[in-house]
Write a protein that binds this ligand. Structure first.
Ligand SMILES: *[C@@H]1O[C@H](CO)[C@@H](O)[C@H](O)[C@H]1NC(C)=O
Length: 486
């Protein structure tokens, strides 16, 4: 009996999985456009059958499809095999990694899906996608309520169907995850505001100040999306971990106890001082950041601990060089610091261990302060390892690196290591993600450094160097074979 129940349960499970799997539309180049156009909102997974992440996502995706198809309004989940029937569809949507997920509305690509990858998360995320992306404000009360949210709100006012309305609704569809949109065609709202065919960005109440207007009208420049991005943060934005990419260099940041929940007054006290300077210096991006959230970043500026209430100030010029304001915070000093920063009058801060007294071992040691001399400006080829002291793979590589250094000691190639946790280097040239990261730097300074992705045995490195060295090595031919002594 128990056995039978077990079998029944087992079959039941299989049945459910199967059913869910069928809930995912399987599309190819032949039917993609026509099929996807029939759905208001669809999530499409572009995949390759061999990809591990795709295999892991598949059952979660199928479960979510089962739930979402009977939602009101429904969301359709589909998949396209990029290695078989869906090749040109994947190309059309520039799929470059697997799986890639994208959201489509009425057959048109709306946005990339960057949400969760398990079924509940997918369901929740996609439910937030349906329904109108811009709320319709029927009354003045609706309008006032939405402004009371204390968030950035973009509101469209439309007496008639206009091009602006079209652009507004499209933009709302694309940016609905990031920002609150609302619009009104109601007579009482239009009369109250005096707008007829306008889009207005309203700033949150807590950020209102006397240096900038509480709202900005869109004047058609250069696009609504561009307008929102340009005005979202105002003169002095609140820079948080999740929005750092919004703040471009040259950038000056005041770090202090930024807290609009517990200490709005104190937070605005300092922000107002930064605002005063920002108003004068529009060529610099200004921001405030919470010093605890950005402890790590402060450490990168050589600031271990920001004590006291006053903000500490640091920033970057357009080349990404780092600067720290040495004076105690004041409006006058902040102004001078920002000016000197853009005028190139400040000494950049370089995080660095002490420069080694002698550096003639088989492996040369680069630090922040000798990187330029030893690597960037050197007229020798170099193989550089960026390591972290705690990383196991790096520890394993250490003796190999030493041996490589010894073997190549008489060659015009430097074998170099740098502790990436304790030093700066030109980050735009050497993108270090994960340890160890190894780069080949050709002696010809017009050539960019290239990342080394080969094997980690001495022979692998020798082969690479022999092939890529600017001049053929003395001890090895171009193929990496040891040259005959005779
Ligand atoms: C030489 O460098 C190029 C570019 O990084 C690389 O593709 C190639 O494999 C290298 N040669 C050897 C033998 O590793």
């Amino acid at each position: 009996m128990l056995g039978l129940i077990k079998i029944a349960l087992f079959l039941g499970v299989i049945y459910i999985c199967k059913a869910a799997e069928e809930d995912v539309l399987d599309l190819t180049d032949a039917d993609f456009s026509s099929a996807i156009a029939q759905h208001d909102t669809a999530l499409v997974m572009f995949y390759a059958p061999w990809c591990g992440h795709c295999k892991r996502l598949k059952p979660e995706y199928a479960d979510a499809a089962g739930v979402l198809k009977s939602d009101d309004p429904p969301v359709t989940l589909a998949k396209v095999d990029c290695t078989e029937g869906g090749k040109s569809t994947c190309e059309k949507f520039s799929v470059s990694g697997y799986p890639t997920l994208k959201i489509f509305r009425n057959g048109e690509l709306s946005q990339d899906y960057n949400g969760p990858r398990e079924s509940n998360g997918i369901v929740k995320y996609m439910r937030a996608q349906v329904g109108p992306s811009s709320r319709d404000l029927l009354t003045v009360e609706n309008f006032e309520n939405i402004l009371a949210k204390d968030e950035v709100v973009v509101v469209g006012f439309f007496e008639k169907e206009t091009d602006l309305k079209g652009e507004f609704l499209k933009t709302a569809d694309k940016m609905r995850e990031e920002i609150i949109f609302a619009h009104s065609t109601a007579k009482e709202v239009l009369e109250k505001t005096g707008y007829k065919d306008n889009v207005v960005l309203y700033r949150p109440k807590r950020l209102h100040n006397k240096f900038e207007s509480d709202f900005v009208e869109y004047k058609g420049e250069p696009s609504l999306k561009g307008f929102i991005k340009a005005n979202y943060h105002g003169l002095v934005g609140i820079r948080q971990k999740e929005n750092i990419q919004d703040f471009t260099n040259p950038l000056v940041v005041a770090y202090y106890d930024v807290d609009y929940v517990k200490n709005a007054k104190g937070t605005n006290y300092w922000r107002n001082r930064v605002l005063k300077v920002a108003k004068e210096m529009t060529e610099v991006t200004f921001a405030i950041s919470d010093k605890d959230d950005f402890m790590h970043e402060l450490n990168d500026y050589g600031i271990d601990f920001a004590k006291g209430d006053k903000p500490v100030v640091a920033g970057k010029d357009s080349d990404g060089n780092k600067f720290v304001m040495s004076a105690e915070f004041s409006i006058v000093d902040l102004m001078a610091f920002a000016k000197d920063l853009v005028d190139g009058k400040l000494e950049p801060f370089i995080k660095s261990e002490p420069v080694p007294a002698s550096n003639d071992g088989p492996v040369k040691v680069a630090v922040g302060k000798n990187f330029k001399e030893l690597v960037t400006d050197s007229d020798r080829d170099a193989l550089i390892e960026f390591y972290a002291p705690w990383c196991g793979h790096c520890q394993k590589l250490a003796p190999v690196w030493e041996e490589l250094g010894v073997k190549l000691q008489d060659e015009p190639v430097d074998i170099i290591k740098i502790d990436a946790t304790a030093n700066d280097w030109p980050k735009s040239l050497y993108d270090v993600s994960g340890f160890p990261t190894i780069y080949w730097k050709p002696k010809d300074s017009s050539k960019k450094p290239v990342r080394y992705n080969g094997g980690r045995a001495v022979e692998d490195f020798i082969k690479y160097v022999a092939d890529n060295a600017s001049n053929e090595l003395k001890g090895w031919d171009r193929k990496g074979n040891v040259k005959d002594e005779l």
